[in-house]
Design a protein around this ligand. Structure first.
Ligand code: SF4
Length: 364
């Protein structure tokens, strides 16, 4: 198996080389901009195992566990080694978290919100470019730096290459149909994919190349697609494998929805904005249900998946609004699906494993 360094180790090494760490909440933000200011973005998707009572003092019980856990993690010192916090406004809950941090909790680190447009029109692109410029100015104020266009472009090209490698890993996953022993499990595959959340792009490229060269992405299993926000708790991936399923693609906010396409604009701000605007459909960026349906249908066709597992976080309103219609549309074209809702901090309920097993039996 390929060794993936831990987050703490990665942060320590980056700091030893004079860099700083930015804790970034979900979902979309311009990675290259942060790297141009010598910040390593390290993403905070929860994490699952924290004492949530600390966040509960500021949040209503019906706010999702991603936000509850992130706030609790911060309050228990989990973000102490970071120098900056960025809160993209993906949804009302994250927008609320941004306000709580700025107005009440007031952590030691500066907190910068990052607003996202809800469409793909020219106005949306212009809005996002203004947001990226505002973030540039904020980063400039706290660092005293002003990276020029060449530096920005260099960082953009490295991030684009890392995104191409991410795409290549996914392609290998569904193309490799070899049945021999020694194939990586669903969990092992997602450990590699999700290292994009904290590894510097240069290191992720090396890890992807090594994985593509040395690992067996094939293996037996009923091919399925997962959709939702994040595959946490990650035990779900082993549970699917043990029930006979192979996850061949996903529409997760943390993974598949961030296979950003490479750009061609020579204006670095426009190129960073375009990458986010042109990413795969995402309800938090205002994508229509029809776009999400077409995307999932195409993923099923291309990967040969036999069904979709919607794996959502409890109280995630953006996902829940789309689901009934989206599942109906898939059903009408003969694509079966199942919906499982979890709290990322809870152990995987036995009932969930039973439902996954039953769903996979139907697909056999
Ligand atoms: S899980 Fe849903 S509600 Fe929670 S932060 Fe993510 S998008 Fe927002």
């Amino acid at each position: 198996m390929i060794k993936i360094p831990g987050r703490h180790e990665v942060c320590e090494k980056f700091k030893e080389n004079g860099g700083k760490i930015a804790a970034v909440l979900p979902i979309h933000y311009p990675r290259a901009l942060l790297r141009a200011f010598d910040f390593l973005p390290v993403e905070v998707w929860g994490p699952p195992h924290v004492d949530v009572s600390y966040g509960g003092a500021h949040l209503q019980p019906y706010v999702c566990s991603i936000v509850h856990n992130a706030l609790s993690f911060l309050k228990t010192g989990g973000l102490d080694e970071t120098d900056l916090i960025i809160v993209p406004h993906a949804c009302d809950s994250l927008q609320g978290l941004g306000s709580i941090l700025i107005d009440f909790v007031k952590p030691r680190q500066p907190v910068f919100p990052f607003y996202l447009p809800r469409g793909k029109r020219d106005e949306d692109l212009n809005f996002l470019m203004r947001e990226i410029k505002a973030l540039f100015e904020n980063l400039s104020k706290i660092t005293g730096k002003r990276p020029d266009d060449d530096t920005l472009m260099m960082k953009i090209e490295v991030e684009e290459l890392a995104d191409l490698k991410l795409k290549e890993l996914y392609e290998r996953r569904f193309r490799d149909r070899s049945q021999g022993n020694g194939a990586i499990s669903n969990l092992e595959f997602y450990r590699i994919i999700r290292s994009r959340e904290f590894l510097p792009a240069e290191d992720f490229i090396k890890l992807a190349d090594e994985s593509l060269e040395k690992l067996n992405f094939g293996g037996k299993g009923i091919p399925v697609i997962m959709s939702g926000i994040v595959p946490e708790p990650m035990e779900i991936l082993d549970a699917i494998g043990e029930a006979g399923g192979k996850v061949v693609a996903d529409d997760f906010a943390c993974c598949g929805r961030r296979i950003y396409p490479p750009g061609n604009s020579r204006d670095p701000i426009e190129r960073m904005a375009r990458a986010i605007i042109d990413a795969p459909p995402d309800v938090t960026r205002g994508s229509l249900i029809e776009e999400r349906f077409e995307h999932l249908k195409k993923l099923v066709e291309v990967t040969g998946a036999r069904g979709v597992i919607f794996y959502t976080v409890k109280f995630c309103e953006p996902e829940l609004f789309d689901l009934p219609e989206l599942r109906n549309m898939l059903k009408e074209v003969g694509i079966p699906s199942v919906h499982i809702e979890v709290d990322i901090g809870d152990p995987l309920p036995h009932q969930t494993i039973t439902r996954i097993t039953a769903f996979l039996e139907v697909l056999e």
